[in-house]
Design a protein. Structure first.
Length: 456
């Protein structure tokens, strides 16, 4: 009798064990089982194969609007941006990227609403306060602290390409969405001055930071300027035709005949290989800037960087070669896994949609749905985890919505390919873990209660 009593678990300990297991069950249900079922249902929706923005994306955009607006206002009011070191990339650059990509996706949502003559309040009017908050962050001088540290008080007058490009892109988008003219003078001044400076530069290039020039930022600057100049009715005088000189053969990675990721603005030479993270973002904009050149680049990119292996499909960060790093990490590119570039594939979704390549777009979309791991409250857990939790918590979600809202050209055929098998395999494994592990714990406790065994 004494031995049996000694082997039994005290009542208080059993209660703690049950509380712990129930907590595991709730967490598993909330963060694994329900999201897994949700992803499975999303994958069965044919809307992802077509050109329109899928209904789920509209819901996620609405959820992001309600979060990013208050965050932007709070961040501007806090003044935190001015306290960061000038070399802290994610803390300095990503807040602006978050705001601008949110504004770009808002434009796409508004265009679809207009195109489909949808009932109700226009998205731009419904989200006006959030759109204004994002624009306020972009225009906030406090968010220019790091580039002022790099360039001094002339940071708005020369070079400083990335920041000035963000100003033009964000403020032009704000006005396109029905925003007022509060930033118009700043916008027009930057459009004219940056256009002139790029045009007068030896190779059509300007530095982002001292000694650092990235082709992707140059391309985005030209795209943003071309959009703004057209809307503001600024005379062209051959300006657009001259922009392509920044991407001539002399500035290409000779191995793949595509623009190098980093270049020298002074000498007009490549400083390294072409990379997926830069090319994907560039190719999302080339159809509107240089259609013929962009189509050629896209064909080369798909040929040298697209891979299908291990049950997945996507763009590599580095072109396939014996010495290409297949497992690495870099702040702009994110994790590189078996050659697949995280950012290259996420932004590659924007490029595939922009070029009407719906077969590759669907493969990337299905993988993005799995990686996003949407929660019931509209949070995209995967992108949130990959963001800067303190300074830019919504960068990943804004980037994914930007990609999912790119509009393919008219006549793009709907995708017919199957979902990559790796997506279903990973989903099944996660669902098995989410159900199996809590179930095993519950059965173990029930058995212990029935037999009177001690809980380990």
């Amino acid at each position: 009798m004494a031995n049996r009593e000694a082997s039994q678990t005290p009542r208080w300990r059993r209660r703690i064990a049950w509380a712990y297991v129930l907590a595991i069950c709730v967490l598993s249900l909330s963060f694994i089982v329900v999201p897994a079922i949700g992803v499975g249902r999303l994958l069965l929706d044919p809307a992802w194969r077509g050109s329109d923005i899928a209904p789920a994306v509209l819901e996620w955009h609405d959820a992001l609007s309600r979060r990013i607006g208050p965050w932007a206002l709070e961040r501007v009011a806090s003044g935190r941006a001015g306290s960061l070191d000038k070399y802290e990339v994610s803390g300095n650059e990503w807040p602006l990227l978050s705001a601008v990509m949110y504004l770009w996706s808002s434009e796409a949502v508004q265009r679809q609403w207009q195109r489909q003559h949808s009932p109700g309040i226009a998205p731009a009017a419904r989200d006006a306060e959030y759109i204004a908050a994002a624009a306020a962050l972009v225009a906030d001088p406090g968010h220019a602290g790091w580039v002022r540290a790099h360039w001094g008080d002339a940071y708005l007058d020369e070079r400083n390409l990335f920041y000035r490009m963000m100003l033009v892109a964000g403020l032009d988008s704000f006005e396109r969405l029905g925003g007022d003219s509060r930033y118009h003078e700043l916008l027009e001044t930057q459009v004219r001055s940056l256009s002139t400076e790029l045009d007068a530069s030896p190779h059509g290039l300007l530095e982002d930071y001292p000694g650092e020039t990235y082709s992707v930022d140059v391309a985005l600057a030209y795209a943003a300027l071309a959009r703004a100049r057209e809307r503001l009715d600024i005379a062209d005088d051959g300006w657009r035709a001259r922009t392509a000189r920044a991407f001539g053969v002399a500035l290409h990675d000779p191995e793949v005949s595509l623009p190098a990721y980093a270049v020298s603005a002074d000498e007009g030479v490549p400083l390294g290989p072409a990379r997926g993270v830069g090319l994907s973002m560039m190719l999302a904009w080339t159809p509107s800037l240089w259609p013929a050149l962009g189509n050629d680049w896209y064909a080369r990119y798909a040929g040298a960087f697209w891979q299908e292996r291990m049950g997945f499909a996507g763009f590599r960060e580095f072109a396939a070669a014996p010495d290409s790093p297949d497992w690495t990490f870099e702040i702009d590119a994110g994790p590189v896994l078996a050659g697949y570039g995280t950012a290259a594939s996420a932004l590659g979704l924007a490029a595939t949609r922009a070029h009407g390549d719906m077969e590759r777009a669907y493969a990337l979309t299905s993988e993005a749905l799995l990686a996003a791991w949407p929660l019931p409250n509209g949070t995209l857990l995967g992108p949130r985890i990959l963001s800067n939790a303190i300074d830019a918590p919504y960068t990943g979600e804004a980037a994914l919505l930007f990609a999912l809202t790119r509009t393919p050209p008219d006549g793009a055929a709907a995708a017919t390919r199957a979902t990559p098998p790796g997506v279903w395999i990973v989903l099944a494994l996660l669902l098995l873990i989410g159900i199996g592990d809590p179930a095993r714990r519950v059965v173990r406790l029930l058995r212990a209660d029935r037999t009177g065994q001690r809980v380990a």
